[in-house]
Write a protein that binds this ligand. Structure first.
Ligand SMILES: O=C(O)CCC(=O)C(=O)O
Ligand SMILES: [Fe+2]
Length: 347
């Protein structure tokens, strides 16, 4: 299916006739009323920079212990990785260069996979480029860079390939630790082999009023694990167990790690998905680049038998991630139920 994910009206208001436009209206609408001041608590920062971080080592066990504490409390943490600092400037340069392209050029990037490509919110303040299967050799170069720079753009491609390698390696480490924590580490290789990585480039333009403005409405990601790397402009808030919004303030060497609905289902509810939104304030542009891991098409999301018993019955019917995404985007215009996964395949 071809995903034409561009909204030209820029009115930030009325809901148009096209389902795609409706999706973007709801996904990126502006609700000033939802803005709240962040709670005071701080997310744990866990260091993954040690090159000796190998499964079974004392370093591994120590980091895993920290991951457990953070995930159980917040379903979210900050993963510091010093190696990202070497890429930092090149990453922001690549994003700026991309979003500064003329609008007609940016619109050229339309993927043949469902929902991937260039998108802009109806307010015009939030832009994103979603590139699926970023881990596949040549995909960033041939699929993305060649669309924008037909003559090629070596520095752009090299930077985003290195970013994808570094962040997907970190994602694998984190996922392996999470599975070990819940006693299902024996499934880690299978799950990793059936993972697809979506690369998402994001630009937030500050609201003209300068008032705090909700740019991405509260939601849980649908995928397995989300890793976000943002510039110095804050805006992300996650919801804590007591229902308060907490500001996320990542140091420059850190990724934000969040749990998506697919991991929630795969773990049969053992971890909750991270509920989050983005509030922009001030006058600086916010850039963010994320890697979203997701189950490959055709690999059903199904909790392993070890996580199911009489006390913990299966929460969801096995589902295909891509089919669930289609359902989700068909539901969003109808008003976004609290849990679309529950509505889709809850038991
Ligand atoms: O920009 C951010 O910090 C979060 C973006 C987000 O929630 C998403 O892309 O799903
Ligand atoms: Fe999100």
């Amino acid at each position: 299916m071809v995903a034409v994910v561009y909204d030209t009206d820029g009115d930030g208001g009325s809901i148009g006739a096209s389902p795609v436009k409706n999706v973007f209206h709801f996904l990126f609408c502006i609700h000033n009323k939802m803005v709240s001041s962040g709670a005071q608590a701080k997310l744990p920062v866990i260091d993954f920079s040690n090159p000796n971080l190998k499964p079974g080592s004392p370093e591994w066990d120590s980091v895993k212990h920290q991951v457990r504490e953070a995930m159980v409390e917040y379903s979210c943490f900050l993963a510091s990785l010093d190696q990202i600092m070497e890429l930092q400037n090149a990453v922001w340069e690549a994003l700026k260069q991309t979003f500064e392209l003329p609008m007609e050029t940016k619109k050229l990037y339309v993927s043949d996979k469902f929902f991937y490509g260039y998108a802009m919110s109806s307010s015009g303040l939030f832009e994103s480029i979603m590139h699926d299967e970023a881990q596949i050799d040549g995909s960033i170069e041939q699929g993305l860079a060649k669309t924008y720079w037909p003559q090629g753009n070596i520095s752009f491609s090299k930077t985003l390939i290195s970013f994808t390698e570094l962040s997907s390696r970190l994602e694998k480490t984190i996922k392996r630790m999470i599975l070990e924590i819940f006693g299902v580490g024996n499934y880690a290789d299978e799950l990793i082999d059936n993972t697809n990585y979506m690369l998402k480039l994001m630009k937030y333009t500050p609201p003209p009023t300068g008032e705090p403005t909700d740019m991405v409405f509260p939601h849980c990601d649908k995928n397995m694990v989300t890793l976000l790397y943002q510039n110095e402009v804050e805006g992300l808030q996650i919801q804590t167990k007591d229902g308060k919004w907490m500001d996320v303030k990542p140091p420059p060497n850190s990724f934000i790690v969040m749990v998506g609905e697919s991991l929630w289902a795969w773990l049969n509810g053992t971890l909750s998905p991270t509920y989050h939104h983005v509030v922009m304030k001030g006058n600086k542009q916010r850039y963010n680049v994320g890697i979203f891991s997701a189950p490959r098409e055709g690999y059903p999301v199904k909790a392993p038998k070890e996580l199911v018993d009489d006390k913990n019955p299966t929460m969801f019917k096995p589902f295909d991630y891509e089919e669930y995404l289609r359902f989700y985007y068909s539901q969003v215009p109808l008003g976004c139920p609290e849990s679309t996964l529950q509505a889709y395949c809850g038991l």
